[in-house]
Design a binder for this molecule. Structure first.
Ligand code: BG6
Length: 485
């Protein structure tokens, strides 16, 4: 009997993402018949109570047409619940006994997913180890945040390493589970077209935007202690940057791909006390309007003034041969005008234009990889405008467009956790973050925060619904670059 043991089983992530994903996998026959999903949390509840809670969540978060009564009862039949207070080590023996009663074999096939506050990681791992639920044959997945700086991330990694080998440790960055993020690898390494231009000789600059319209979404304490840099840049945006900038791995496997990503992370030029003011901009939203609706300020949502950034823009350099002199501009924020995640690559201009006359101005080519909400790849190229050209050829920029939902209309778009949970069950860590990656990310982020502190930088205000403070525009305009809005 195989078991997936879920800590934080009544939480938001479990109800919104993990259970709907597991239901999706089950409905496609991708879960083995003998898989039991054992939820644990502090609330006192029995199996029936837990099944009712999860059924309610599935009905709330899945599209109604995906709910089928036979699938629902098969899926709920997999669920078990064991109440557990992770700060009480003796309770892990009861958990172990409950797993054994279910026919689980802890020395084979136990998969564990920690979706709890990071402060509980240490006691949970210790409890698992003391009850014989850790070790060589058990896989452990951990949901972010994996620390709040390098030191705390190392402490978590050390605690994990004391009970689980690195090859069985699955650190989640849910962006890696997104189809379009994986498509970046397909686009770069499945086509001969782009790679010859992919570097300083062919690319002028790169922009990575992760824009959100939402505000705090009720996560007051967590977000205010975290801020945009640690919430979004440390993990998701650095992974996008690493996939965009990395050298071609020799194979598509966990070691080769992650080796190449970590080399990029180690090549990031530090933004520190000397460069924080010129290479970073931080902002915090004030009152404004998003999508035509008035919204309050961050401080209003929070209930008090704060110096936490809800927006960050960075000018980043990857100091290696391939990327010398090519800036990567990163920006992310809450309460921006649109929900949009994209990687925008601007190629160099042609070396000499043969076209003269009005209407002959050339635009450099751009490749836009849209991750969400629309999954689309667009290459903007120069085309001749139809006409008789009495005053020379007129040219216009036009898109070569691939809308992924249209191009692959026969396949269901999955949420990222479906892929990640299946990879955890199958034991493929390629799309999970290795220890050296996460520590490389924190090293770079810690220097930025120290740079802000050394310069006493505080967030500049921006109105909700704007693209961050005006200084973010200055960050690129100084280099003659305009953000792709
Ligand atoms: C999470 C952050 O990691 O990613 C949230 O904590 C953010 O603040 C979310 O909203 C964005 O994820 P997605 O998949 O909606 O882009």
């Amino acid at each position: 009997m195989k078991s997936l043991l879920l800590f934080g089983a009544t939480g938001d992530l479990a109800r919104r993402m993990l259970m709907p994903s597991l239901y999706g996998l089950d409905s496609e026959g991708l879960l083995t018949d003998d898989l039991r999903i054992v939820g644990t949390a502090r609330s006192a509840m029995d199996d029936a109570g837990y099944k009712a809670l999860i059924e309610k969540a599935l009905r709330e978060f899945l599209e109604p047409e995906r709910i089928k009564s036979d699938l629902m009862s098969r899926f709920l039949g997999r669920l078990r619940y064991v109440p557990l207070d992770v700060s009480a080590p003796e309770q892990f023996n009861a958990l172990s006994a409950a797993l054994l009663r279910e026919g689980a074999n802890p020395s084979d096939g136990l998969r564990i997913f920690l979706s709890t506050a990071p402060s509980l990681f240490g006691p949970t791992i210790a409890g698992l180890a003391s009850a014989g639920l850790a070790g060589e044959h058990t896989r452990l997945a951990l949901e972010k945040p994996l620390g709040h700086d390098l030191a705390s991330s190392r402490a978590i990694n050390d605690a994990v390493a004391s009970a689980f080998p690195e090859r069985n440790t699955f650190r989640i960055d849910h962006y890696l589970g997104k189809e379009t993020v994986q498509n970046l690898l397909a686009l770069r390494f499945g086509n001969a077209l782009f790679e010859p231009l992919w570097g300083a000789h062919g690319i002028d600059h790169v922009q990575i935007t992760v824009a959100e319209t939402v505000g705090l979404e009720g996560r007051l304490g967590f977000y205010d202690e975290t801020g945009a840099l640690r919430d979004m840049v440390q993990n998701h945006m650095l992974q996008l940057l690493a996939l965009t900038a990395m050298e071609p791995p020799a194979r598509f496997d966990a070691t080769s791909v992650r080796d190449e990503k970590v080399k990029v992370l180690r090549s990031l030029r530090p933004i520190d006390a000397a460069t924080a003011q010129t290479h970073s901009v931080i902002g915090q939203y004030g009152a404004g309007a998003v999508a035509g609706k008035p919204v309050g300020s961050y401080a209003d949502e929070l209930g008090h003034a704060s110096s936490t950034e809800t927006f960050v823009a960075l000018k980043v350099h990857v100091d290696n041969w391939r990327w010398q002199g090519v800036p990567f501009y990163l920006r992310t924020g809450k309460r921006l005008p649109a929900r949009r995640t994209e990687i925008f690559i601007q190629f160099k201009a042609v070396p000499h234009s043969i076209f003269t006359g009005p209407g002959a101005a050339l635009q450099p080519n751009k490749l836009i990889i849209g991750l969400q909400p629309e999954e689309a790849i667009t290459l903007r190229v120069m085309m001749k405008e139809p006409g008789l050209d009495r005053q020379g050829m007129r040219l216009r920029e036009a898109p070569l467009d691939i809308s992924i939902p249209n191009a692959f209309a026969d396949s269901r778009r999955r949420i990222a956790y479906e892929r990640l949970l299946l990879d955890l069950l199958d034991g493929d860590p390629t799309l999970f973050v290795r220890r050296d990656e996460v520590e490389g990310q924190w090293t770079w982020i810690d220097a930025i925060r120290a740079g802000w502190a050394a310069n006493a930088m505080v967030p500049r205000p921006y109105a909700a619904g704007a693209w961050g403070p005006s200084a973010a525009i200055g960050l690129t305009e100084r280099d003659g670059v305009t953000w792709h809005d």
